[in-house]
Design a protein around this ligand. Sequence first.
Ligand code: ITT
Length: 194
Amino acid sequence: MRPTLVEKTIYFVTDNVHKLREVALIGRQMGFDIQPLHGLKVEIQSDSIEEVSRKSALLAYFIAGKPILVEDAGLFIEALNGFPGPYSSYVYKTIGINGVLKLMKGVEDRRACFKSAATVIYGPYVITEVGEVCGWLAEEPRGVQGFGFDPIFIPEGSTRTFGEMSVEEKNALSHRARSVSNALGKLKSLMTQT
Ligand code: ITT
């Protein structure tokens, strides 16, 4: 079925309300209605967040049969050779922020990047885009906004952590805002070409 500009609802497959808030705002700004779809994110085991996002999106699309967005992200710490990367969710749930800070105790090189891969499936289009923001790990958690590793991540050009930023401020800089807005932007231009 060829998409038209009137059908602009996209179902975001996630169980994370914070991600939903960030992505819904980007969607609204770009003319898409982002609705949550819970319990459908099946994550394959892979070292690549692009592969996780693309395969999860295809699976969700085959099950739900409607326009789908899946976004997969992770924190890549330079001094730990990119750990926890694609395993960020497990690491957050097991050792948490304090565990990561312990691993980084006394480590001078505190560079880290958040990476994100977003896949939009809007038949017949399947679009995957990546986004990245680099910065530093704070010495201790700061701020109560956001989720996950936000309180210990200071993006380049800022003195505040993501945990000290509003959704709008985080979206102006974040990995997720970049991957999602690139994917939605590509979809928009494909939809207007046909
Ligand atoms: P889904 O239901 O969408 O999978 P999730 O929380 O599992 O939600 P991800 O797999 O994309 O999300 O991310 C894995 C973990 O990486 C996540 O649980 C956080 O701990 C961390 N993370 C990802 N993006 C983050 C961000 O923007 N800020 C802080 N931590 C983030």
